[in-house]
Structure formats: structure tokens, C-alpha cells
Design a protein. Structure first.
Length: 289
């Protein structure tokens, strides 16, 4: 059962920010509530005031700007994103991911902003968004700022969002013509045990550039620079990607929590890094052929 709570419904980001400053740790932002309400029911948070931002105009829009950047309002639900024509055209890899998150109920009411701000490690979007160099916009009554997704997560349930800030949108840059994107995951229930996202650019038969992130095995998405350095300038191939997977498995920070052992999680990293690199390179070749 939920303890008695007081709900505030501001009509602007500035008003929401002011309420967060006023009530401090006693308040939390409420959008879809799929994660927040669980911890409140379990009495794992002292929050007894909710700042309901669902009535703030402009936080659900999905647009593509003149530079070709896809801007997704933080209140857009996973289902809305998965079904949106602009998302499917601009970032089909992200639309596909949003269509398989958790379960039907979560996809219907859970929001992309809430998902990212809660920073639960066993979550899908963060790993892929980091790999495609997405940014988030955070706003308060003092103004707004942008943060790269790879810098937004600090640890378990910890982010770069300041106490009085609201996430307003997520922005995905236009994919380069020679680039392929792959998202791979292993999951046993509704939450993934290991996730890998890779972006690869191929030029003249060799890997021109790569960007690889591993998630769900540690407290936050991890940038696999050691993998990128190993494959850059090389000809795509099974042996190369197998070696890269082993490098990632040895380099990744692994949490001991959960039913899976650290050794098993490292095995999953090796396998799914290899799969993601292979898939991304094949997609890159298809885009350039």
C-alpha cells in the first residue's frame, strides 16, 4: 500500500522546478510512474509529494529539426516512440528497441525521460542512446543545458540531473550514411542481464570508426574504448570481433548482484559484443553498397 501522498500539477517547467526546490528530498517528479511507484510502495524512498509534470505543454512532442536531429519529448511513452513515423524513419534501431521494452503495460505508460532519470542499470534505452551519441536536455527555472547520455549516468540510480531540474527531451543525431547500428541483449525476465550497442562506420572495406557500449552488467553503461581501438582500421571479420568481445569481457566492470555469476556475465559480454559488432558492420556495408 502507498502511504498518503500530496500531488502537485504544475503547468510549466519553471513551476515544477520551483516546487522541487521548495520541497527538496520530500518530492519526486511523476510522469509514467512505472519505476517510482514500486519503490514508494516498498517504502524505499522518503518521498510523499509528487510533482506531476504530465500537463506541461511540449514535453511529448517528437520532431526532426533542420540539422536532421531527432528530438523526442521526455514524456513520450515507449509505445508512442516505437510507433512514431519520424522515429522509424530517422532511427529505426531505436524504434525497434522501444517496441520490446519490458511489457505492454510499461510500454503504454512508461516514458523515455522517466526511464533515463531513474537510472536503473537493467534498462534498455541508455546503452543504445549512449552508442549513437544522443543527448538529453535538462531544464529548470534558471535555464536549460544539454548533457551527453554517456555522461548522464553516475552510478546505480544516480544521474547528472540536479535536484531542481526536469528532463525535457532526448536528442538523437542523424546517422552517418556509412554507419550501421546494432543493439543486442540477453534477458531472462523483463529486465536485461546484459546489453551491448555498437555503431560502426565502414570505408573501403575497413572499419573507419566504432563506438561500443556495454550495459546492465554494471552500475551504468560502460564505454568500451578498448574495443573501439582494437577494431578501428581493421577489416571486419569473425576473428577480429571474437577478440574484441574478449577484450570487452576482461575490461567491463561487473556487479556481483543478481542470480548470474560474474564469470557468466563476462561470458555474455564477450558473446554479445561479438554479435553487435558483426551485425553493425553488416548493416554499415548494406548502407554503402
Amino acid at each position: 500500500m502507498l502511504a498518503p501522498i500530496e500531488i502537485h500539477a504544475p503547468r510549466s517547467v519553471s513551476d515544477a522546478s520551483a516546487l522541487l526546490r521548495r520541497f527538496g528530498d520530500d518530492a519526486a517528479v511523476y510522469a509514467g510512474g512505472t519505476e517510482l511507484l514500486i519503490v514508494m510502495k516498498e517504502r524505499l524512498t522518503p518521498v510523499n509529494r509528487l510533482i506531476d509534470i504530465k500537463k506541461i505543454d511540449g514535453l511529448r512532442e517528437i520532431t526532426v529539426d533542420a540539422e536532421g536531429t531527432l528530438n523526442i519529448g521526455a514524456l513520450a511513452t515507449h509505445r508512442e516512440i516505437a510507433r512514431n513515423a519520424l522515429v522509424r524513419e530517422h532511427s529505426p534501431h531505436f524504434a525497434a528497441l522501444e517496441g520490446i521494452i519490458a511489457n505492454t503495460r510499461v510500454r503504454a505508460v512508461g516514458t523515455i525521460g522517466g526511464n533515463l532519470c531513474f537510472a536503473e542499470p537493467h534498462s534498455d534505452p541508455a546503452t543504445l542512446l549512449a552508442a549513437v551519441e544522443a543527448t538529453v536536455t535538462l531544464a529548470s527555472s534558471e535555464g536549460s543545458r544539454e548533457a551527453p547520455v554517456e555522461e548522464f549516468f553516475h552510478g546505480l540510480l544516480e544521474t547528472d540531473r540536479r535536484p531542481d531540474e526536469i528532463m525535457t527531451k532526448v536528442s538523437l543525431p542523424k546517422l552517418e550514411d556509412a554507419a550501421g547500428v546494432s543493439y543486442q541483449r540477453f534477458k531472462t525476465h523483463e529486465r536485461p542481464v546484459a546489453t551491448v550497442a555498437a555503431t560502426i562506420s565502414v570505408s573501403d572495406g575497413t572499419i573507419d570508426d566504432a563506438r561500443v557500449f556495454v550495459g546492465s552488467v554494471g552500475p551504468k553503461p560502460q564505454w568500451m574504448r578498448i574495443v573501439e581501438d582494437a577494431v578501428r582500421g581493421q577489416e571486419p571479420g569473425l576473428v577480429l570481433f571474437q577478440r574484441a568481445g574478449l577484450l570487452a569481457a576482461n575490461d567491463a566492470e561487473i556487479d556481483e548482484e543478481g542470480f548470474e555469476s560474474a564469470e557468466y556475465k563476462r561470458h555474455l559480454v564477450a558473446v554479445y559484443v561479438q554479435k553487435a559488432l558483426q551485425d553493425a558492420s553488416e548493416k554499415a556495408n548494406a548502407r554503402t553498397s
